[in-house]
Design a protein. Sequence first.
Length: 341
Amino acid sequence: MSRAGSRSTAKPSTESLAEALTALCAEVGIPFEEMLHTVESALATAYVRAFNPSGYVTVKLDTATGALEVRSRTVRPDGTEVIEVLPSEDFKRMAAQTAKHAVLRHIHDLERDKNLRDVAEHRGELASGVVDRVEAGTVYVDLGRVEGVMPPEEQIPGEELIPGRPTLVVILETQHNPRQAQVRVSRAARSFVHRLLEAEVPEIKAGTVQIRAIAREPGLRTKIAVSATEPGIDPVGACVGPKGVRHRAILSELASEHVDIVPWSDDAEAFVAASLGPARAESVSIDRATRTATVLVPRGQLSLAIGRDGQNARLAARLTGFRIDIKPSDSDEASPEQASP
């Protein structure tokens, strides 16, 4: 790149064009034929824009002499093809500058595509960046070699992301932008919580604890079902951590969002009962034909089991895959929130 920059101060000439192209290809590691094709295509486009000739225009650059040959190809009504050599003397004055821009644009495109390929290999993973700006509700995050784009639907509702402050996101997919390498990122996706928990709990990376299901309403509540792959391991306790330190670390990243971690089970009744935590289920009956679970809870815990606007029951249903019908039992046990200490 530095050689190309130093050459730009010299008087443009087609005689120096081939030499500059050869040196630049060696410097940036791009095959000569690939770069030559890019330059010739750019010169043909520039010629058409400048002189508006008829037919399909091609330009050939003689790499030995720097000479340009411009041709047009037209097809007559009778099907015969006519090749015409077009004048290029007036065009030579702009050829070097056109070629330089084509080279720089091609290098930029190659760098952008390489960065996107590298980032695509990390799709679904956490990435740390700095909030760059907020435009029309979309947050742009500086991730280093690429820019993260987080539209409103991928943001945690109610969360304010301030430019200049660091943030964590999960990479979703690459986005097409001819000017800059961009990727779509999220803080609202279920995978964001998954990766946060994975980063905080060594047992998950080690494979002794597995995340089996996640149900989430961003900014409000998330339920996570976990299981152990080895006997003697408490999967919920591993995720909560000593004195709740791991759980608190996740909550701090999610602001006011509640996170319930429950044990996953092959036993549908046990899994449904656990999914309604912190409410206590007295009994669960499963109708597998309709995938409906009827749950009895103490009357004093009915509102806790259902949750505000039905949120707790709704997330439990998503987590387990069962439609959950919650009914009060004859017991009048108070909910944990109502019980005295």
